[in-house]
Design a protein around this ligand. Structure first.
Ligand code: PLP
Length: 399
């Protein structure tokens, strides 16, 4: 058989999906499993979204569409981001993709040559490493442990940007930690970015509407509008609108970058499907009561999860202000045993938790932070309290 490309030596399937698959297999075998593993929003968009999709199906033109995204979709996205204070963009600044992941992949292809450096903080969303490895970029990590609330300091950013990475990739609110940077924190980081004009800044902010307790969303271009010439904002319908399978993502940034992503689209996908486009426009422009209600529900769930974690001795969990994840540092328990078996690290911990209590969480090492594990609390509400009680019992049984 002929060889695969060397790229395939670097391409890996998602570590998160592996946990989800294991949990599914145990469930299929009849085990009582509660899954806190995968980051799916676990709600459906409003009926108006399905009505728009059905209508598009009835009137399908059957033609290829725009590489950038249909003008009405681009326009809807422009209005959507105006609502979070990202103003002064026009259609030329926008590009779409098959989900934010695809937009980030296109950006990495467009901005990074082999061997160029992409820098990002840990904990990171797993796909950043996977995508950077496929495009053969060098990865520079900025470790941000629980002791600094999983947040990067201006000093860390300064030291990194001084090395002139081609791309700095930032994620706010964060998957996996749920951390949200305040206005003051963003402003201090933006001051550092302003000093280093040779680095593209990607802000993967797809959870920007999922922020709790009235804390606002802040971007570097709010703090310093002149950074618009190299800050690329990423958004997606997946989490906000409960539409992960519809695969719609966006970018807003410099015209040259939006053109580059559009060129990549013309070679990869040609266009987003017409039916998806109609559904996406309906989600963006229609009633916002479903997403708004979900943010309130996630905030309540965050409070329930934090109440349990705070009651477990030795577990350190900075309180998240957004998204739907918590990321407790569990390292105080490494070296202890459960059911007579020593648990040495996050992976052994998550395996033992799944096997003995039927609760699936993702080991922190999937996000570059092996002292922690990720709990995604989007499960149906009745499963949340029993799942957290099982986790608490597991810790209590460790000795
Ligand atoms: N960025 C972050 C931080 C995510 O958590 C995810 C999905 O989990 C994505 C991007 C990908 O989103 P999409 O479904 O739009 O590709």
């Amino acid at each position: 058989m002929p060889d695969f490309s060397s790229r395939m030596d670097r391409a890996k399937p998602s570590a998160i999906m592996a946990v989800a698959e294991k949990a599914k297999a145990l469930k299929a075998a009849g085990k009582d499993i509660i899954s806190f593993s995968i980051g799916v929003p676990n709600f459906l968009p409003g009926e108006h979204v399905y009505a728009a999709a059905r209508d598009a199906l009835a009137h399908d033109s059957g033609q290829y569409g725009s590489n950038r995204g249909a003008p009405a979709l681009v326009d809807a996205f422009l209005k959507h981001i105006e609502a979070i204070g990202l103003t002064g963009y026009s259609a030329k600044n926008i590009a779409t993709g098959v989900g934010a992941k695809h937009v980030i992949y296109n950006l990495c292809e467009a901005l990074l040559d082999e061997g160029d450096t992409i820098a990002f903080p840990t904990p990171y969303w797993t796909s950043y490493v996977d995508i950077a490895e496929i495009v053969n970029a060098k990865i520079e990590l900025l470790p941000c442990p629980a002791s600094q609330h999983y947040k990067m300091t201006p000093e860390q950013l300064d030291a990194t940007l001084a090395k002139k990475p081609r791309v700095f990739l930032f994620n706010n609110p964060s998957n996996p930690t749920g951390m949200v940077y305040s206005k003051e924190e963003i402003s201090a980081l933006a001051d550092v970015i302003a000093k280093y004009p040779d680095t593209w800044i990607i802000t993967d902010d797809i959870y920007n509407r999922m922020i709790f307790d009235g804390a606002g969303y802040h971007n570097f271009v709010h703090a310093r509008p002149e950074l618009k010439d190299r800050v690329i904002f990423i958004d997606s319908l997946s989490k906000t609108y409960g539409m992960p399978g519809w695969r719609v993502g966006f970018m807003a940034g410099p015209e040259s970058v939006a053109n580059a992503v559009t060129t990549m689209n013309s070679n990869h996908i040609t266009n987003l499907p017409e039916i998806t486009t109609a559904a996406a426009i309906a989600a963006l422009t229609g009633p916002q009561d479903v997403p708004n209600a979900k943010v309130r529900e996630f905030q309540d769930k965050r409070d329930q999860v934090m109440a349990v974690l705070d009651s477990i001795p030795g577990v350190v969990c900075p309180k998240p202000d957004g998204a739907f994840y918590v990321f407790p540092d569990i390292s105080a328990y490494f070296g202890k045993s459960h059911d007579g078996k020593v648990v040495n690290n996050d992976i052994e911990f998550c395996n033992a938790l799944l096997e003995s209590k039927g609760v699936a969480c993702v080991p922190g090492s999937a996000f570059g932070e092996p002292n922690a594990l990720r709990i995604s609390y989007t499960c149906p509400t009745p499963q949340l309290a029993p799942g957290m009680e099982r986790i608490k019992a597991f810790f209590a049984e460790m000795q």
